[in-house]
Design a protein. Structure first.
Length: 283
């Protein structure tokens, strides 16, 4: 069985410090995008164990753990007898704020449930997802949504636009836990609110959307990778309608109705040794 696992784009991120727990609560406006890994899942005749491996070398070690965890928890909970071989061909870079590992885990969960003939309810899928990883429940919905990372709650909304999407990906990996730690040390939450982003995403123009986008982690990420500021300034000079840093990774996104302009930017940054991807939003 061959399935795909798409990336997601966090176009705005809001942080709030819980005064009771002193924990950082994170909510994001998220768009699924047509940039995906390809996964092959096959059954095999052995009573040994499930096997997960990658067909290319684009492996960030923490990603494999979440997929192994998903398979272990599925077997523990549903006690099926089959064993599965999972082969993952990576396209989405891991550790760059695009939800790669969580998306792969979700696709593996759904595929194994189908192959093992498990008739899971939405509630069973959700219970499994929240126990595998905090980003996993989003991919069960996989629509434009506000995602509360701490509550693992997905609230879909209707995304009005159909822009072309350009990803400009710096090679450095900045782990989410390190981003959060550094933010707690010297970051600052912005006064902007996600509700304004959702309202404009549903009713306003793409340029109006660009004017309300924000990411509380942006300055923390730029401090770690200063080169990103020059890219953002370049997108501003080129009058891109909407752009920013995606989630907690070293990925910059640009949303535009002008495909040719994004192609020009794509070619420019590819020559500067960034990984670049042209894609679209899944609606």
């Amino acid at each position: 069985m061959i399935v795909t696992a798409n990336a997601r784009l966090s176009i705005s991120v809001k942080t709030t410090l819980n005064p009771l727990t002193n924990a950082l609560e994170i909510k994001s406006v998220v768009l699924p995008i047509e940039f995906s890994d390809t996964i092959t899942i096959d059954g095999f005749n052995t009573a040994f164990m499930d096997i997960v491996h990658y067909t290319n070398k684009a492996l960030h070690v923490k990603e494999k753990r979440i997929i192994d965890e998903a398979l272990i928890k599925m077997r523990d909970k549903f006690d099926y007898k089959q064993n599965f071989s999972v082969k993952i061909h990576k396209n989405i870079p891991t550790g760059h704020g695009l939800g790669s590992g969580a998306s792969d885990a979700t696709s593996v969960i759904k595929a194994v449930a189908h192959l093992a003939k498990l008739k899971l309810t939405p509630e069973q899928y959700y219970d499994l997802a929240v126990n595998v990883g905090k980003d996993v429940p989003y991919f069960l919905v996989n629509k434009p949504a506000v995602y509360d990372l701490n509550k693992q709650e997905v609230i879909p909304f209707k995304f009005k636009h159909n822009p072309y999407v350009l990803l400009i990906i710096h090679s450095d990996i900045y782990e989410k836990e390190n981003v959060v730690k550094d933010f707690m040390d010297y970051g600052e939450s912005l006064p902007k609110q996600l509700a304004n982003v959702v309202e404009v995403a549903e009713k306003g123009s793409l340029r109006e959307l660009g004017s309300v986008l924000f990411n509380d982690f942006s300055e923390t990420i730029i401090k770690y990778t200063p080169a990103l500021r020059a890219v953002l300034n370049d997108l501003k000079q080129l009058n891109i309608e909407a752009y920013g840093i995606a989630g907690t990774g070293n990925t910059i996104f640009a949303l535009s109705d002008n495909r040719n302009l994004l192609r020009f930017i794509n070619d420019k940054y590819r020559k500067l040794n960034y990984q670049t991807v042209m894609t679209r939003v899944i609606k």
